[in-house]
Unconditional design. Structure first.
Length: 259
């Protein structure tokens, strides 16, 4: 049985630790954080077309079979789920989808990876900043079909199958990655396996995002190990996700921020 009180305790710790814009001592962090807040304020409510797609899925009561290759869903654990419930409980809201879009825009965005397509909401946001190729990975065939209902730019490639098998094949074909979103199976083992697979392809300007870092004790354990990795120079904790930088002029830093 999952400990449903864990998220409450985790959020309380986050709330006590979080900082605001004016507490940021680094000009680099202050600048990117201020620009993030401005971007979210100017685009409050999200992209109209993408949110229209989301709303169409939220109204869809048809049932599909979900092949869960990870931790599953806390609120809808059944293998047969409505598209509406998957969209409601297993996708990022517009604010965090735009947060991924923003951090992708800070990279050259030639090689972009999304590990965990789900129904394709974050995929659509990140694709708006992708200049080269976006590879998006999903393990459940019927969920992937939902994500592909409306076309995305040709630069988006949908990849189906267990990420432990599909990700290494794609990485072999890439010289490096610029932005990566780790939001697939939400287990310690799966998250660390994906992170460690991406590491050989990161460069100084790569940015990684890790979803649901406080979802379970195992995910917090993975987040702490990622923060402690020698290659990691700066992390930003937004509770629902963490952002990882490999280039930072100051001392190794871990900041807890609010949006």
């Amino acid at each position: 049985m999952r400990d449903f009180s864990f998220s409450i305790r985790a959020y309380l710790r986050y709330w006590l630790d979080k900082e605001d814009t004016f507490s940021q001592q680094s000009p680099q962090v202050f600048g990117l954080y201020t620009k993030l807040l401005t971007f979210l304020e100017e685009n409050r409510g999200g992209d109209p077309e993408i949110e229209k797609f989301r709303n169409s899925l939220l109204k869809d009561q048809s049932t599909i079979h979900v092949l869960d290759l990870g931790a599953g869903s806390k609120k809808v654990p059944q293998s047969l789920r409505t598209i509406a419930s998957i969209t409601r409980y297993s996708t990022s809201g517009s604010k965090f989808a735009q947060l991924y879009q923003y951090f992708c825009s800070l990279t050259r965005a030639e090689n972009v990876l999304e590990c965990g397509t789900c129904v394709g909401i974050s995929t659509r946001y990140v694709s708006k900043e992708t200049k080269g190729k976006l590879f998006t990975f999903e393990g459940s065939p019927e969920i992937q079909q939902v994500a592909m209902r409306q076309p995305l730019p040709e630069r988006t490639e949908f990849i189906l199958g267990p990420i432990a098998q599909t990700l290494p094949k794609v990485l072999q074909s890439l010289p490096s990655i610029d932005f990566g979103l780790i939001d697939a199976n939400h287990t310690y083992h799966g998250t660390m396996q994906t992170f460690n697979s991406l590491l050989p392809k990161v460069h100084a300007k790569t940015i990684l995002a890790v979803g649901d870092i406080h979802w379970t004790p195992d995910m917090e354990k993975a987040w702490h190990e990622i923060k402690d990795h020698p290659k990691v120079k700066l992390t930003l904790d937004f509770f629902e996700c963490g952002i990882v930088f490999f280039d930072f002029p100051g001392q190794k830093s871990h900041l807890v921020l609010d949006i």
